[in-house]
Ligand binder design. Structure first.
Ligand code: GLN
Length: 507
C-alpha cells in the first residue's frame, strides 16, 4: 500500500476521492510518523487526541455520498498562533500555557468545514517573534535536514512537520517572513498572501498591519489547494478584502503544465547586496534564474533603493504594534497569573508579565513602548512609517516594469541551533528579503531552488507579485518547481540527509 505520509496532499486527496485509502488510514499513518520522529524534531506542541474521530466522520460522510471538498480527509498541522477550541493555543508562550480558546480562528473553522483533519498544534517562536523557533518557551524545533540546525522561524514547527513527513499541509503566519524563511531552510513551500487576502481572525496578533496567515506544504499545488480553502472575505476581520479570488489550485496546475515562463518579466533587485549572501545561496539563486531564462523568461534589473531600510523600519513598526497587542496579557483576561501576596493589581500584572514572557518578547515590548513614547514618536515610529511608504513606492515602480520580483528567500541556509540566539541583530537580518513584502502588503512565495553547493542544505527562491496577484505566484512557482524537480530527478526532500540516514532508526 502507498505510504500516505510520503505523497503530496493533492495525490493523497486523489486516493481518498478514489476510495483507495481512507482518511482514518492516512491520519493514522501521520500519527504514527509523529510518534516515531517528533521526539527528535519537536515540531508539535500538542497532538490531537481525536484526529481519528474527525477522520472517521469524513470517511462516513464520503461513504454516504456527501459532496466533500477537494482536500477533505487530508491531515493538517496548525501553527500554535491560531486559536482552536479543541486544543490548547499558546503562541509558543508560557503566559498562555494550557489556554483554551472559546472559538476557532476563521482559517481553522474553514479548514474543518473543508474536511481537513487537524493533527495538532506546531511549535513557534514566542508570539511569532524570531527566525529559528529558539525563542519558543517550549524548546526549539529541529531541522529535518540536520538535527543540529534551526528549522527557521517563527513557523519552524509547521515547516519541519511538513519537511519530516509528519503532515502534508500546515498553516503558518507571516509578519516578516515566518512562512517563507522556514520554507527556505527546510526545502518546503510557503506563501504569504496579499494583506487582507486571508482572515487574521483568531490569529494571536503580533503586528496587525503586517500579519498574514498562509499555507505551508511540500509542493506549490498543495499550498494553492490549502489557500483556496482558507482564503477569502471574512467579516470578522476588519482588514479582510471583499473581492472574488481566482482558484489558486487552477493557477498552480496551469503553471506546472504550460509555458508561463516564456516572456515573463522577472525583476532582480539591483540594490540587494550580493556580499551579504552565503555564496551557496547566491549560486543556487543564479542557477534558478538561468533555468527560467532558458525557458524564455526575461531577467530584468529593477531598482528598489529603500529595501535596505526595510529591516530597520520593520523593527520599529513591529515592536510598536506588538507592545500594544501584548498589553492584553494583563493577568486578568488571559492565561497565567502570578499572585503577589499583599501586592497591588500592578504588582500582580508586573510579576505575571515578568514570569510569563521570554527575553525576546520583553526586548520588543521595551523597544516598542520606547518608539511610541511622546518624545520619540516622530523620530522613530513616524520615520519608519515614511520608509514603509517609500518601500511601497519602490514596489509600485518595479511592478510597472516586471511581472514578478525574485530574491533569495533568506541570506543563508539553516544556521546551527545556538549560533545566533545571543545576537538579536544577526537574527533580525535573516529577514532582509522577506520583510519588504509585509511592509507593502504584497504576496510572496518561497519554493525550493536547490541545495547550497557549500553546505548541502536547502535554499529557497522568493517570488513577489503586486497585491491581489497571489495566483501569479502559484502559476510561476509551479512552473519553476516543475522544471527544477525534473532536473533533480525527484523532490528535494527525498534527499534530506537526516531523514535518509536515520530511516532505519527513528526516521
Ligand atoms: N523573524 C521575524 C521576526 O522576528 C518575522 C516574524 C514573523 O513573520 N512572525 O519578527
Amino acid at each position: 500500500m502507498t505510504d500516505t505520509t510520503r505523497i503530496s496532499a493533492a495525490a493523497l486527496a486523489d486516493l481518498l476521492a478514489g476510495g483507495e485509502v481512507s482518511s482514518v488510514e492516512a491520519t493514522q499513518a501521520h500519527l504514527d510518523r509523529i510518534a516515531a520522529v517528533d521526539g527528535d524534531i519537536h515540531a508539535f506542541l500538542h497532538v490531537s487526541d481525536h484526529a481519528l474521530d474527525v477522520a472517521a466522520d469524513i470517511d462516513r460522510r464520503r461513504a454516504a455520498g456527501e459532496e466533500l471538498g477537494p482536500i477533505a480527509g487530508v491531515p493538517l498541522a496548525i501553527k500554535d498562533v491560531l486559536v482552536t477550541t479543541d486544543m490548547p493555543s499558546t503562541s509558543g508562550s508560557k503566559i498562555l500555557e494550557g489556554y483554551m480558546s472559546p472559538y476557532d480562528a476563521t482559517v481553522v473553522a474553514r479548514a474543518r468545514a473543508a474536511g481537513l483533519v487537524p493533527l495538532g498544534k506546531t511549535n513557534m517562536d514566542e508570539f511569532a517573534m524570531g527566525s529559528s523557533t529558539e525563542y519558543s518557551a517550549y524548546g526549539p524545533t529541529r531541522n529535518p535536514w540536520d538535527l543540529d540546525r534551526i528549522p527557521g522561524g517563527s513557523g519552524g514547527g509547521s515547516a519541519a512537520a511538513v519537511a519530516a513527513f509528519e503532515a502534508p499541509l500546515a498553516l503558518g503566519s507571516d509578519t516578516g517572513g515566518s512562512i517563507r524563511q522556514p520554507a527556505h531552510v527546510t526545502g518546503t513551500v510557503g506563501l504569504k498572501p496579499t494583506y487582507g487576502g486571508v482572515s487574521r481572525y483568531g490569529a494571536i496578533a503580533l503586528a496587525s498591519s503586517l500579519d498574514q496567515v498562509g499555507p505551508v506544504s511540500r509542493t506549490v499545488l498543495d499550498s494553492a489547494l490549502l489557500h483556496d480553502v482558507i482564503g477569502g472575505f471574512d467579516p470578522h476581520d476588519a482588514t479582510s478584502i471583499d473581492r472574488e479570488w481566482p482558484s489558486f489550485a487552477a493557477a498552480a496546475r496551469e503553471g506546472a503544465r504550460g509555458d508561463v515562463l516564456k516572456g515573463l518579466r522577472v525583476g532582480v533587485v539591483r540594490e540587494l547586496p550580493d556580499s551579504g549572501f552565503q555564496p551557496g545561496v547566491s549560486a543556487s539563486f543564479r542557477a534558478s534564474l538561468a533555468a527560467m531564462e532558458a525557458q524564455g523568461a526575461e531577467i530584468v534589473e529593477v531598482s528598489a533603493p529603500h529595501f535596505e531600510y526595510g529591516v530597520a523600519a520593520y523593527y520599529l513598526i513591529l515592536p510598536a504594534e506588538a507592545s500594544s497587542n501584548l498589553a492584553k496579557f494583563d493577568s486578568v483576561r488571559f492565561g497565567m497569573r502570578v499572585d503577589v501576596p499583599g501586592g497591588t493589581v500592578e504588582d500582580v500584572m508586573a510579576a505575571t508579565r515578568d514570569a510569563g514572557f521570554g527575553p525576546e518578547v520583553k526586548r520588543r515590548i521595551i523597544l516598542g513602548t520606547y518608539a511610541l513614547s511622546a518624545g520619540y514618536y516622530d523620530a522613530y515610529y513616524g520615520s519608519a512609517q515614511k520608509v514603509r511608504t517609500l518601500i511601497q513606492q519602490d514596489f509600485a515602480a518595479a511592478f510597472a516594469d516586471v511581472d514578478v520580483i525574485v530574491t533569495p528567500s533568506a541570506p543563508t541556509t539553516a544556521f546551527r541551533i545556538g549560533e545566533k540566539i545571543d545576537d538579536p541583530l544577526q537574527m533580525y537580518l535573516n529577514d532582509l528579503t522577506t520583510i519588504p513584502a509585509n511592509l507593502a502588503g504584497v504576496p510572496g512565495i518561497s519554493i525550493p531552488s536547490g541545495l547550497a553547493e557549500d553546505d548541502g542544505l536547502p535554499v529557497g527562491i522568493q517570488f513577489l507579485a503586486p497585491a491581489y496577484e497571489d495566483a501569479r505566484l502559484y502559476r510561476v512557482g509551479a512552473a519553476l518547481e516543475a522544471l527544477l524537480v525534473d532536473a533533480w530527478g525527484g523532490p528535494l526532500l527525498d534527499r534530506a540527509p537526516a531523514l535518509v540516514a536515520r530511516e532505519g532508526g527513528a526516521f
